[in-house]
Design a protein around this ligand. Structure first.
Ligand code: TXA
Ligand code: MG
Length: 323
């Protein structure tokens, strides 16, 4: 196993072959890095769960190369879901749909629905295209971190999180820093209306605009099991405190308009919400690598991408672990 920085066509072909032969490939997406396995190979998918330390009843997202592959995984797709897929893919949005016979329990966590996404990162798309040429149907991939920990937004962070669990034939593809930095928006499309179950870079406003007349609701707790929906998630080792005055020795993540008090470690200094989202997870990681005990986070205000940023900060700072 190694980190491959040169994602040439040759390397992509090797990675796709590896997947087809049951090996794992961690790959970049525009949201966060994923740990990929052939979505039809039970043994490979099970090894993803064991490397992550993730309970088997938490489903994985199936990544596909284009909307044309959607019917392979989902059935009875409502027209509003197709509209969203046409508008937002490739991109940071996952649709939860009624599963096809191909989407087995080991991918869906035993649920009758499947999560599907077309990622926008060129390396992810090249890998998917190559994998499909070999007869592959989709790559099942959760974020490439230990269960409950912060998602990786660089190949180095993937290596630090799960490198030790990967086998000699597994690969980490380095596609640079994820441009969005937060996991995809998840939309439950198993009802006659859309429900956002995890906020992300595809915002409520954008979804409303796409759907216009379609009834849209936002639920706080869906019946559907989404592990990012647990109260404590996306957590570093440090204690995360929100909107408090930082003390000496604390780490600080805030917009650049907030000045750094004396003897406080500035972990991120973003100029706007997009930068904030991109830097948040690497800043939490840096706090841990510096063995900082407390990280103070001042979240940005707003009803766009800020909703997703605040959601992750709330979960990172929560002390409640839901079983
Ligand atoms: O941006 C992302 O979505 C990244 C990249 C790698 O694509 N992936 C990601 O995967 O965040 P993961 O497994 O860490 O989070 C995906 C969430 C989980 O909370 C999972 O429970 C939910 O999606 N999910 C996946 N399939 C589902 C299904 N059939 N029903 C309900 N929730 C599902
Ligand atoms: Mg995750």
């Amino acid at each position: 196993m190694g980190i491959t920085t040169n994602c040439s066509q040759e390397v992509i072909e090797m990675a796709a072959n590896g997947l087809k032969n049951g090996h794992l490939v961690a790959f970049p997406t525009e949201t966060v890095y994923g740990l990929g396995a052939d979505a039809l190979n039970e043994k490979s998918v099970r090894s993803v769960y064991s490397i992550k330390g993730r309970p088997a009843n938490h489903p994985l997202i199936v990544h596909i190369s284009s909307i044309n592959q959607l019917d392979n995984w989902a059935t009875e797709i409502p027209s509003y879901a197709k509209k969203l897929a046409r508008d937002c893919w490739p991109g940071p949005m996952t649709l939860i749909l009624k599963r096809s016979v191909q989407a087995k329990d080991f991918v869906t966590g035993g649920q009758n629905c499947v999560g599907v996404r077309v990622p926008a990162h060129p390396v992810a798309l090249a890998l998917l295209a190559e994998f499909e040429k070999l007869g592959g149907m989709g790559i099942a991939a959760p974020s490439a971190n230990k269960f409950g920990a912060v998602s990786p937004t660089t190949a180095k962070a993937v290596f630090q999180e799960i490198g030790i669990g990967l086998g000699i034939n597994d690969l980490i593809l380095d596609g640079g820093q994820s441009s969005i930095g937060l996991e995809s928006t998840i939309i439950d499309c198993t009802n006659s209306y859309a429900t956002i179950i995890r906020p992300g870079a595809v915002t409520l406003k954008h979804i409303k605009k796409t759907l216009r007349s379609t009834k849209l609701s936002l639920v706080e707790k869906s019946q559907i099991r989404a592990s990012g929906g647990l109260v404590k998630h996306y957590s570093p080792k440090a204690e995360v405190l929100v909107n408090v005055v930082p003390k000496e020795g604390d780490g600080l993540i805030a917009l650049s308009e907030f000045k750094t008090p004396k003897n406080v470690f500035r972990l991120a200094n973003p100029n706007n919400s997009e930068e904030y989202a991109r830097l948040l997870y690497s800043a939490l990681r840096e706090g841990d690598s510096k063995a900082i005990k407390r990280i103070v986070v001042i979240p940005p205000n707003g009803d766009g991408l800020e909703v997703a940023i605040n959601d992750r900060i709330t979960k990172a700072s929560s002390k409640i672990i839901e079983k």
